[in-house]
Design a protein around this ligand. Sequence first.
Ligand code: SAM
Length: 331
Amino acid sequence: MYLAKTIIQKNVEGNSHKEQLAIDVLTGLCAMPKNLPAKYFYDDTGSEVFQQITKHEDYYLTSTEFQILNRIKDQLPEEIGAQEIDIIELGAGDGHKSQLIIDGFLNANCKVNFYPIDISEKAMLMLSENMTPHPNLTINGVVAEYFDGLRTVRNQSKNRQLVLFLGSNIGNFDRVQNQGFLRRLWMSLNASDNVLLGFDLKKDVGVLTAAYNDSSGHTREFNLNILRRINAELGGNFNIDKFKHFGVYNPVLGAMESYVLSTEEQEVYVAELQRTFHFESYEPIHLEYSFKFTQGDIEFLCQQTGFEMIEQYSDEKNYFVDSLWKVVKEK
Ligand SMILES: C[S@@+](CC[C@H](N)C(=O)[O-])C[C@H]1O[C@@H](n2cnc3c(N)ncnc32)[C@H](O)[C@@H]1O
Protein backbone atom coordinates (compact mmCIF):
# COMPACT_ATOMS: atom_id res chain seq x y z
CA MET A 1 0.00 0.00 0.00
CA TYR A 2 1.49 3.37 -1.03
CA LEU A 3 0.23 6.11 1.24
CA ALA A 4 0.47 9.85 0.79
CA LYS A 5 3.01 11.38 3.14
CA THR A 6 1.85 14.76 4.39
CA ILE A 7 4.44 17.38 5.31
CA ILE A 8 2.96 20.17 7.38
CA GLN A 9 4.69 23.42 6.61
CA LYS A 10 4.40 26.56 8.72
CA ASN A 11 3.52 29.97 7.37
CA VAL A 12 6.69 31.82 6.20
CA GLU A 13 6.23 34.85 8.45
CA GLY A 14 6.34 32.57 11.47
CA ASN A 15 2.81 33.59 12.49
CA SER A 16 0.71 30.76 13.77
CA HIS A 17 -2.25 29.92 11.63
CA LYS A 18 -4.62 31.44 14.21
CA GLU A 19 -2.67 34.70 14.42
CA GLN A 20 -2.76 35.06 10.65
CA LEU A 21 -6.51 34.37 10.58
CA ALA A 22 -7.01 36.99 13.31
CA ILE A 23 -4.97 39.60 11.41
CA ASP A 24 -6.81 38.92 8.15
CA VAL A 25 -10.24 39.04 9.81
CA LEU A 26 -9.39 42.30 11.58
CA THR A 27 -8.10 43.87 8.36
CA GLY A 28 -11.03 42.61 6.32
CA LEU A 29 -13.78 43.64 8.71
CA CYS A 30 -12.25 47.13 9.17
CA ALA A 31 -12.12 47.66 5.40
CA MET A 32 -14.79 49.41 3.39
CA PRO A 33 -16.47 47.44 1.90
CA LYS A 34 -15.84 44.66 4.39
CA ASN A 35 -14.16 41.55 3.02
CA LEU A 36 -12.73 38.20 4.10
CA PRO A 37 -10.07 36.26 2.17
CA ALA A 38 -11.48 33.31 0.24
CA LYS A 39 -8.67 30.99 1.35
CA TYR A 40 -10.43 30.80 4.74
CA PHE A 41 -13.37 28.96 3.19
CA TYR A 42 -11.43 25.74 3.42
CA ASP A 43 -11.52 24.55 7.02
CA ASP A 44 -12.58 20.91 7.55
CA THR A 45 -16.27 21.70 7.08
CA GLY A 46 -15.62 24.03 4.13
CA SER A 47 -13.59 21.38 2.31
CA GLU A 48 -16.38 18.83 2.82
CA VAL A 49 -19.11 21.25 1.67
CA PHE A 50 -17.01 22.16 -1.37
CA GLN A 51 -16.98 18.48 -2.33
CA GLN A 52 -20.80 18.52 -2.25
CA ILE A 53 -20.83 21.64 -4.45
CA THR A 54 -18.63 19.91 -7.03
CA LYS A 55 -21.09 17.00 -7.27
CA HIS A 56 -24.12 19.25 -7.80
CA GLU A 57 -25.49 19.45 -11.35
CA ASP A 58 -25.74 23.26 -11.20
CA TYR A 59 -21.99 23.50 -10.60
CA TYR A 60 -21.00 22.59 -14.17
CA LEU A 61 -17.33 23.53 -13.62
CA THR A 62 -16.20 20.25 -12.04
CA SER A 63 -18.06 17.84 -14.31
CA THR A 64 -17.02 19.80 -17.42
CA GLU A 65 -13.36 19.94 -16.49
CA PHE A 66 -13.48 16.26 -15.52
CA GLN A 67 -14.78 15.41 -19.02
CA ILE A 68 -12.01 17.43 -20.66
CA LEU A 69 -9.28 15.83 -18.55
CA ASN A 70 -10.66 12.37 -19.14
CA ARG A 71 -10.54 13.01 -22.88
CA ILE A 72 -6.99 14.41 -22.94
CA LYS A 73 -5.29 12.33 -20.25
CA ASP A 74 -3.57 10.04 -22.77
CA GLN A 75 -2.50 12.94 -25.00
CA LEU A 76 -0.68 14.82 -22.25
CA PRO A 77 2.21 12.33 -21.86
CA GLU A 78 2.73 12.47 -25.65
CA GLU A 79 2.75 16.28 -25.65
CA ILE A 80 5.11 16.45 -22.69
CA GLY A 81 7.30 13.45 -23.50
CA ALA A 82 9.12 12.52 -20.27
CA GLN A 83 9.93 9.13 -18.73
CA GLU A 84 9.70 10.43 -15.19
CA ILE A 85 7.67 13.48 -14.25
CA ASP A 86 7.01 15.53 -11.14
CA ILE A 87 3.37 16.60 -11.13
CA ILE A 88 2.85 19.50 -8.75
CA GLU A 89 -0.73 20.53 -8.11
CA LEU A 90 -1.64 23.88 -6.55
CA GLY A 91 -4.88 23.69 -4.53
CA ALA A 92 -5.30 19.99 -5.32
CA GLY A 93 -8.54 19.52 -3.37
CA ASP A 94 -9.78 15.93 -3.12
CA GLY A 95 -7.53 14.60 -5.93
CA HIS A 96 -10.22 13.26 -8.29
CA LYS A 97 -8.97 15.30 -11.24
CA SER A 98 -5.32 14.65 -10.33
CA GLN A 99 -5.94 10.90 -10.50
CA LEU A 100 -7.10 11.19 -14.12
CA ILE A 101 -3.96 13.00 -15.22
CA ILE A 102 -1.68 10.71 -13.21
CA ASP A 103 -3.39 7.66 -14.78
CA GLY A 104 -2.58 9.03 -18.23
CA PHE A 105 1.14 9.17 -17.38
CA LEU A 106 1.13 5.78 -15.63
CA ASN A 107 -0.61 4.20 -18.65
CA ALA A 108 2.23 5.58 -20.79
CA ASN A 109 4.73 3.79 -18.47
CA CYS A 110 5.95 7.06 -17.03
CA LYS A 111 7.10 7.25 -13.41
CA VAL A 112 5.12 9.90 -11.55
CA ASN A 113 6.08 11.82 -8.42
CA PHE A 114 2.96 13.66 -7.34
CA TYR A 115 3.23 16.72 -5.08
CA PRO A 116 -0.23 18.01 -4.17
CA ILE A 117 -0.21 21.35 -2.33
CA ASP A 118 -3.28 22.51 -0.46
CA ILE A 119 -3.93 24.92 2.39
CA SER A 120 -6.55 22.53 3.78
CA GLU A 121 -5.37 19.54 5.78
CA LYS A 122 -8.82 18.02 5.39
CA ALA A 123 -8.56 18.24 1.58
CA MET A 124 -5.15 16.55 1.78
CA LEU A 125 -6.59 13.71 3.88
CA MET A 126 -9.46 13.26 1.40
CA LEU A 127 -6.94 13.24 -1.43
CA SER A 128 -4.73 10.62 0.21
CA GLU A 129 -7.79 8.38 0.70
CA ASN A 130 -8.94 8.85 -2.90
CA MET A 131 -5.65 8.19 -4.72
CA THR A 132 -5.15 4.70 -6.17
CA PRO A 133 -1.75 3.25 -5.23
CA HIS A 134 0.59 2.22 -8.05
CA PRO A 135 4.21 0.99 -8.01
CA ASN A 136 5.27 3.85 -10.34
CA LEU A 137 3.58 6.54 -8.25
CA THR A 138 4.92 8.38 -5.19
CA ILE A 139 2.85 11.01 -3.40
CA ASN A 140 4.23 13.78 -1.18
CA GLY A 141 1.51 16.12 -0.03
CA VAL A 142 2.29 19.56 1.37
CA VAL A 143 -0.25 21.41 3.50
CA ALA A 144 0.65 25.01 2.79
CA GLU A 145 -0.19 28.12 0.80
CA TYR A 146 0.57 27.84 -2.91
CA PHE A 147 4.04 29.36 -3.08
CA ASP A 148 5.23 28.19 0.34
CA GLY A 149 4.34 24.69 -0.78
CA LEU A 150 5.96 25.19 -4.17
CA ARG A 151 9.21 26.26 -2.48
CA THR A 152 9.24 23.07 -0.38
CA VAL A 153 8.49 20.91 -3.40
CA ARG A 154 11.08 22.59 -5.62
CA ASN A 155 13.76 21.59 -3.11
CA GLN A 156 12.77 17.93 -3.51
CA SER A 157 11.97 17.81 -7.20
CA LYS A 158 14.68 16.95 -9.75
CA ASN A 159 12.68 15.97 -12.82
CA ARG A 160 10.71 17.68 -15.53
CA GLN A 161 7.73 19.38 -13.90
CA LEU A 162 4.09 19.71 -14.79
CA VAL A 163 2.20 22.14 -12.58
CA LEU A 164 -1.57 21.75 -12.38
CA PHE A 165 -3.78 24.66 -11.36
CA LEU A 166 -7.27 23.37 -12.06
CA GLY A 167 -10.88 24.18 -11.18
CA SER A 168 -10.50 27.79 -12.42
CA ASN A 169 -8.78 28.66 -9.13
CA ILE A 170 -6.94 31.25 -11.28
CA GLY A 171 -10.30 33.06 -11.48
CA ASN A 172 -10.08 33.96 -7.80
CA PHE A 173 -7.41 36.52 -8.69
CA ASP A 174 -8.30 39.75 -10.42
CA ARG A 175 -6.86 40.60 -13.83
CA VAL A 176 -3.73 42.19 -12.37
CA GLN A 177 -3.15 39.65 -9.58
CA ASN A 178 -3.42 36.73 -12.00
CA GLN A 179 -0.50 38.06 -14.04
CA GLY A 180 1.55 38.46 -10.85
CA PHE A 181 0.66 34.91 -9.80
CA LEU A 182 1.56 33.37 -13.16
CA ARG A 183 4.78 35.35 -13.49
CA ARG A 184 5.79 34.19 -10.00
CA LEU A 185 5.00 30.64 -11.06
CA TRP A 186 7.12 31.13 -14.21
CA MET A 187 10.00 32.34 -12.01
CA SER A 188 9.83 29.14 -9.93
CA LEU A 189 10.02 26.84 -12.96
CA ASN A 190 12.71 25.80 -15.45
CA ALA A 191 12.60 26.25 -19.21
CA SER A 192 10.42 23.56 -20.86
CA ASP A 193 8.48 22.75 -17.68
CA ASN A 194 4.74 22.74 -18.31
CA VAL A 195 1.63 24.10 -16.63
CA LEU A 196 -1.96 22.99 -17.16
CA LEU A 197 -4.42 25.68 -16.12
CA GLY A 198 -8.20 25.41 -15.83
CA PHE A 199 -10.15 28.51 -16.99
CA ASP A 200 -13.91 28.95 -16.74
CA LEU A 201 -15.16 30.72 -19.86
CA LYS A 202 -17.65 33.59 -20.14
CA LYS A 203 -21.11 32.21 -20.81
CA ASP A 204 -24.84 32.75 -20.29
CA VAL A 205 -25.43 34.65 -17.05
CA GLY A 206 -28.22 32.24 -16.05
CA VAL A 207 -25.83 29.29 -16.16
CA LEU A 208 -23.22 31.20 -14.15
CA THR A 209 -25.70 32.44 -11.59
CA ALA A 210 -27.16 28.97 -11.03
CA ALA A 211 -23.67 27.51 -10.51
CA TYR A 212 -22.91 29.93 -7.68
CA ASN A 213 -26.39 29.69 -6.12
CA ASP A 214 -27.00 25.93 -6.40
CA SER A 215 -30.54 24.76 -5.78
CA SER A 216 -29.53 22.58 -2.80
CA GLY A 217 -27.99 25.51 -0.93
CA HIS A 218 -24.47 24.04 -0.71
CA THR A 219 -22.86 27.30 -1.88
CA ARG A 220 -24.89 29.19 0.70
CA GLU A 221 -23.57 26.84 3.41
CA PHE A 222 -20.04 27.11 2.05
CA ASN A 223 -20.05 30.91 2.18
CA LEU A 224 -21.71 31.22 5.57
CA ASN A 225 -19.26 28.66 6.96
CA ILE A 226 -16.56 31.34 6.97
CA LEU A 227 -18.57 33.16 9.69
CA ARG A 228 -18.91 29.90 11.62
CA ARG A 229 -15.17 29.50 11.35
CA ILE A 230 -14.60 32.95 12.89
CA ASN A 231 -17.00 31.99 15.70
CA ALA A 232 -15.19 28.69 16.35
CA GLU A 233 -11.58 29.81 15.97
CA LEU A 234 -11.65 33.45 17.09
CA GLY A 235 -14.57 33.49 19.54
CA GLY A 236 -16.89 35.46 17.25
CA ASN A 237 -20.61 35.74 17.90
CA PHE A 238 -21.93 35.95 14.32
CA ASN A 239 -25.60 34.91 14.30
CA ILE A 240 -25.64 32.97 11.02
CA ASP A 241 -29.41 33.40 10.67
CA LYS A 242 -28.89 37.13 10.33
CA PHE A 243 -26.64 36.80 7.29
CA LYS A 244 -27.56 35.83 3.77
CA HIS A 245 -25.56 34.42 0.87
CA PHE A 246 -25.59 36.52 -2.32
CA GLY A 247 -23.89 35.42 -5.54
CA VAL A 248 -24.10 37.73 -8.56
CA TYR A 249 -22.45 38.18 -11.96
CA ASN A 250 -20.72 41.50 -12.60
CA PRO A 251 -20.62 41.91 -16.40
CA VAL A 252 -18.25 44.88 -16.24
CA LEU A 253 -15.62 42.88 -14.36
CA GLY A 254 -16.59 39.62 -16.07
CA ALA A 255 -16.70 37.92 -12.67
CA MET A 256 -19.07 36.15 -10.34
CA GLU A 257 -18.95 37.85 -6.95
CA SER A 258 -19.84 36.16 -3.67
CA TYR A 259 -21.02 38.09 -0.66
CA VAL A 260 -22.73 37.54 2.64
CA LEU A 261 -25.19 40.30 3.51
CA SER A 262 -26.13 41.36 7.02
CA THR A 263 -29.95 41.20 6.92
CA GLU A 264 -30.29 43.80 9.68
CA GLU A 265 -28.29 46.47 11.51
CA GLN A 266 -26.25 44.60 14.11
CA GLU A 267 -23.00 44.34 16.05
CA VAL A 268 -20.71 41.35 16.05
CA TYR A 269 -18.04 40.80 18.71
CA VAL A 270 -14.87 38.82 18.04
CA ALA A 271 -13.27 37.88 21.39
CA GLU A 272 -9.80 37.08 20.06
CA LEU A 273 -9.62 40.60 18.56
CA GLN A 274 -11.44 42.23 21.51
CA ARG A 275 -13.31 44.15 18.86
CA THR A 276 -16.92 44.87 17.96
CA PHE A 277 -17.85 45.29 14.30
CA HIS A 278 -20.90 47.27 13.28
CA PHE A 279 -23.02 46.14 10.31
CA GLU A 280 -25.59 48.32 8.59
CA SER A 281 -28.74 46.69 7.30
CA TYR A 282 -27.86 44.77 4.08
CA GLU A 283 -24.19 45.68 4.36
CA PRO A 284 -22.08 43.18 2.38
CA ILE A 285 -18.95 41.26 3.24
CA HIS A 286 -17.19 40.50 -0.02
CA LEU A 287 -15.84 36.94 -0.05
CA GLU A 288 -14.75 35.91 -3.49
CA TYR A 289 -14.30 36.78 -7.14
CA SER A 290 -14.56 34.06 -9.78
CA PHE A 291 -13.35 35.78 -12.92
CA LYS A 292 -14.47 34.35 -16.27
CA PHE A 293 -12.33 34.32 -19.40
CA THR A 294 -12.43 34.44 -23.18
CA GLN A 295 -9.97 32.46 -25.32
CA GLY A 296 -8.32 35.81 -26.08
CA ASP A 297 -7.88 36.56 -22.35
CA ILE A 298 -6.11 33.22 -21.94
CA GLU A 299 -3.78 33.81 -24.90
CA PHE A 300 -2.98 37.29 -23.58
CA LEU A 301 -2.17 35.96 -20.09
CA CYS A 302 0.05 33.26 -21.54
CA GLN A 303 2.00 35.74 -23.66
CA GLN A 304 2.35 38.31 -20.90
CA THR A 305 3.69 35.94 -18.29
CA GLY A 306 6.50 34.13 -20.15
CA PHE A 307 4.85 30.97 -21.43
CA GLU A 308 4.20 29.46 -24.84
CA MET A 309 0.74 28.11 -25.58
CA ILE A 310 0.83 24.41 -26.49
CA GLU A 311 -2.87 23.55 -26.65
CA GLN A 312 -6.30 24.74 -25.53
CA TYR A 313 -8.62 21.85 -24.65
CA SER A 314 -12.31 22.71 -24.43
CA ASP A 315 -15.66 20.89 -24.08
CA GLU A 316 -18.60 20.63 -26.50
CA LYS A 317 -20.49 23.55 -24.96
CA ASN A 318 -17.38 25.70 -24.79
CA TYR A 319 -17.91 26.23 -21.07
CA PHE A 320 -14.38 25.56 -19.84
CA VAL A 321 -10.80 25.38 -21.10
CA ASP A 322 -7.78 23.47 -19.84
CA SER A 323 -4.81 25.23 -21.31
CA LEU A 324 -1.38 23.59 -21.61
CA TRP A 325 1.57 26.00 -21.56
CA LYS A 326 5.34 25.63 -21.69
CA VAL A 327 7.86 27.78 -19.79
CA VAL A 328 10.03 29.81 -22.15
CA LYS A 329 13.32 31.24 -20.84
CA GLU A 330 16.32 32.75 -22.58
CA LYS A 331 19.40 30.53 -22.32
C1 SAM B 1 -12.00 25.56 -5.77
S1 SAM B 1 -11.12 24.29 -4.92
C2 SAM B 1 -10.49 23.38 -6.32
C3 SAM B 1 -10.00 22.00 -5.97
C4 SAM B 1 -9.45 21.21 -7.18
N1 SAM B 1 -8.27 21.84 -7.75
C5 SAM B 1 -10.50 21.09 -8.25
O1 SAM B 1 -10.27 21.61 -9.34
O2 SAM B 1 -11.54 20.47 -8.00
C6 SAM B 1 -9.76 25.16 -4.31
C7 SAM B 1 -8.73 24.34 -3.53
O3 SAM B 1 -7.59 25.18 -3.34
C8 SAM B 1 -7.23 25.22 -1.96
N2 SAM B 1 -6.73 26.56 -1.70
C9 SAM B 1 -7.43 27.73 -1.68
N3 SAM B 1 -6.61 28.78 -1.44
C10 SAM B 1 -5.36 28.25 -1.31
C11 SAM B 1 -4.07 28.83 -1.05
N4 SAM B 1 -3.94 30.16 -0.90
N5 SAM B 1 -3.02 28.00 -0.98
C12 SAM B 1 -3.15 26.65 -1.13
N6 SAM B 1 -4.35 26.05 -1.37
C13 SAM B 1 -5.44 26.84 -1.47
C14 SAM B 1 -8.50 24.88 -1.20
O4 SAM B 1 -8.25 24.32 0.06
C15 SAM B 1 -9.21 23.92 -2.15
O5 SAM B 1 -8.90 22.59 -1.89
